[in-house]
Design a binder for this molecule. Structure first.
Ligand code: C5P
Length: 410
């Protein structure tokens, strides 16, 4: 997908610098030509040798290297790329970029380039939230710098908060998105896609909830892929540690009922993909105060059924119903047979069925083996990464032209 695209990857200092190696690997896999600049800080975390080996290119480190300047001046280096990606982008390098400093090769190339720049920030949460960094980011974004992440979670410094480098596949997807956008009109331009993702949390009391192990990886990847094909995409997501996919409107909810409301508020949509692991039940009475341990023994929790979001979309009147509704089925056996029954029961058009038996590693993992089931066909897809499943599904959705037809074969 990135065949022949020239990417200048600037690796700044930060614990997450090692993940830039995986970014290089993924970009190379997709056919991109990757040239790397390693800052002094970056070289504390990854070696020039590993960067050179993975990029299959010379690594540039020194602004005043006679050999480098003779071979390829820093100006040319910064101009010969189609896209400049700073990954990881440290607080220091962002500050230099915002203020036009040019005291090393990375900052000089960034000042000299006439090409689009994408940054993937990562740093301690306080550094990220610092007004100085935030102001620098606002300045950079106002100048058209693209940003991926940072995400929230455990940080290398031991603190918790926003500052994690975006997931490698999100960075790669953002780069693919960028080039896809440049390529011209997209197949889902003008369409609205609604995607649900992640788990739901059903409150028991103000501190406890019933949840599930859904990571949101598959749903988020689908939202990213649909946005990449030009759809205006609304992602209604339960609590996950995932970075917001680039170019997607994210609505964060906790409970199934909130997800239901958010989905219906987002209508009309041309296509709906329900990939969330919605809790089947909630506690009938959500205690407003923390339930105390007491002499009476453990509390009895009465569960009541949650609304079925997928089925509710399928039941909408023809003029309000998304033209293409896709559900997921996670089963532990007889996957296709159950998927067929679900298709009927939920009134959807396609089911993406997968086996989540223990040992398949599907839940929380990066790979998935799925079957695409419609009323009249079953396709067994080989095992692939979740982003590849997403890309393939998005391509099928685009091919089905959800504005005009419901058939999987068209
Ligand atoms: O019935 P089951 O939970 O196996 O169905 C899974 C499919 O239905 C998924 O697409 C899921 O997102 C959707 N679903 C829903 N609302 C529910 C339960 C499931 O949208 N309450």
């Amino acid at each position: 997908m990135l065949n022949g695209k020239r990417i200048l990857l600037i690796i700044a200092g930060g614990i997450a610098a090692y993940r830039s190696l995986d970014v290089i690997r993924r970009l190379r896999e997709r056919g991109a030509d990757v040239r790397c600049v390693l800052t002094k800080g970056g070289a504390q975390f990854v070696t020039p040798l590993s960067v050179a080996a993975l990029s299959e290119n010379k690594v540039y480190q020194d602004l005043f290297s006679l050999t480098d300047e003779a071979e390829m001046g820093h100006i040319r280096l910064s101009r010969e790329a189609d896209l400049v990606v700073v990954c990881p982008a440290s607080a220091d390098l962002l500050a230099k970029m915002a203020n036009g400093l040019a005291d090393d090769l990375a900052s000089t190339a960034l000042l000299a380039t006439d090409k689009p720049v994408m940054v993937c920030p990562t740093m301690n949460v306080m550094m990220w939230q610092h007004p100085a960094t935030q102001a620098n980011m606002v300045t950079l974004e106002a100048r058209g710098v693209l940003r991926v992440g940072p995400g929230a979670g455990n940080l290398a410094c031991g603190e918790i908060g926003t500052g994690r480098l975006a997931e490698v596949m999100d960075i790669v997807a953002a780069i693919e998105c960028f080039f896809a956008e440049q390529a011209g009109p997209k197949p889902l331009a003008g369409r609205h896609a609604l995607v649900t993702s992640g788990p739901t949390w059903e409150a028991i009391d103000p501190v406890r909830y019933i949840g599930n192990r859904s990571s949101g990886k598959q749903g988020h990847a689908i939202a990213a892929a649909l946005a990449g094909l030009g759809a205006r995409t609304t992602l209604v997501s339960g609590p996950t540690g995932m970075t917001d996919p680039a170019g997607v409107d994210v609505v964060r909810i906790e409970s199934a009922r909130q997800m239901y409301d958010a989905c219906h508020a987002a209508l009309p949509a041309d296509v709906a993909v329900c990939a969330a692991a919605v809790g089947d039940w909630r506690v009938e009475v959500d205690a407003q105060k923390k339930i105390k341990k007491g002499a009476g023994g453990p509390p009895a929790l009465t569960l009541v059924e949650n609304p079925d979001i997928l089925a509710s979309l399928g039941q909408l009147a023809a003029n309000a119903r998304p033209r293409l509704i896709i559900g997921f089925a996670a089963e532990t056996g007889d996957v296709v047979a159950y998927a067929r029954a679900k298709l009927e029961r939920k009134g959807c058009d396609w089911i993406v069925a997968n086996d989540v038996s223990p040992g398949t590693g599907t839940f929380g993992g990066d790979e998935n083996t799925v079957h695409l089931v419609s009323a009249d066909a079953v396709e067994n897809w080989p095992r692939m990464r979740k982003d590849e499943v997403a890309g393939r599904l998005a391509a099928r959705i685009a091919a089905a032209r959800p504005n005009t037809t419901r058939s999987m074969s068209e």
